[in-house]
Ligand binder design. Structure first.
Ligand SMILES: [Zn+2]
Length: 295
């Protein structure tokens, strides 16, 4: 091969290398927040699909035939646990899934909360970054089991990601440190921020119960509006995946303002304000602090 022929062949060698690098294995996560965490930990070795789409409701989801195909082809399946994905229970068996199941929230110490007068497990553990670190460890362990030849790289990425999560946790604490305790009160359209509130000393009020299925009664709403007035709640927040009209009504009746869309159970689309888990934490905190301080 002369020099000219060799040079002509080089682009093709490049294409071959590119194709080899693009051969990633498939992983499925139940919802977008877990998909983001899993993609960070898995890096270029994996392509992660989310069953519930961005801006979707992880409490209620109707799986599609193509979800079964995705799960069947996946080497690992990541779910939150803590009672979030009731709709997922029969999917792995129905899909003939043979990979590694990862329950990201398995090591979390769960909070309890009220729904329809009974105490249930609060599934929204990811809203406390210290729980997210437990998620990342579980995801890293599961992916390393599914892809043993990648174990070292997976552990390195998980370690770097945990450092970023810790830095974000410190940033949130510093943002809230300037807000007096009595002003750390927020109201959201569904009760998704209990872990966040417990971590950062924020009192939560909510319009709906923990389930996005429940519709509050007129008496519940009247009681809530009275409470908002008494406690001088300044802003009502609406999650990206819920109907904003109810919260808007409550805010108006109580003389509060709508504080903007916060992200609780789903990320935004790419390019939106909360396209990653860490962006979601920063976005929500910025909106909460602005409302609490009247900025
Ligand atoms: Zn939720």
């Amino acid at each position: 091969m002369n020099r000219r022929t060799l040079l002509a062949a080089l682009p093709w060698l490049g294409v071959a290398r590119h194709l080899a690098a693009a051969e990633t294995v498939k992983v499925v996560a139940s919802f977008s927040i877990l998909a983001d965490m899993t993609q960070v930990v898995g890096g270029e070795a994996v392509t992660v699909a989310s069953l519930v789409p961005v801006d979707g409701d992880a409490h209620q989801y109707q799986p599609t035939p193509s979800d079964l195909t995705s799960i069947h082809a996946a080497v690992a399946l990541v779910e939150n646990g803590l009672g979030l994905e009731g709709w997922m229970a029969r999917l792995p068996q129905a899909a003939g899934f043979k990979g590694v199941r990862i329950v990201a929230g398995a090591a979390v110490t769960p909070r309890q909360m009220e729904e329809d007068g009974r105490s249930i497990t609060d599934p929204h553990a990811w809203q406390d970054p210290t729980n997210a670190i437990l998620y990342v460890r579980a995801i890293a362990a599961g992916l390393a089991k599914a892809l043993p030849d990648q174990a070292t790289a997976i552990a390195a990425r998980a370690g770097a990601y945990i450092a970023e999560i810790e830095a974000t946790d410190r940033w949130i604490s510093s943002q809230l440190a300037g807000v007096p305790r009595e002003k750390r009160v927020i109201l959201t359209s569904h009760d998704a921020f209990g872990y966040y509130g417990a971590r950062y000393g924020v009192t939560l009020r909510f319009v709906q119960g923990i389930s996005t299925e429940g519709e509050p009664s007129a008496a519940d709403l009247a009681a809530l509006i009275g409470q908002i007035k008494r406690e001088h709640v300044r802003a009502v927040f609406v999650e990206n995946m819920t109907d904003p009209r109810l919260a808007a009504t409550v805010a108006r009746e109580a003389g509060a303002v709508l504080g903007g869309a916060v992200y609780s159970d789903a990320l935004s689309a790419a390019g939106g304000p909360a396209a990653t888990y860490l962006e979601m934490l920063r976005h929500n905190t910025a909106l909460f602090v602005a409302a609490m301080t009247g900025a």
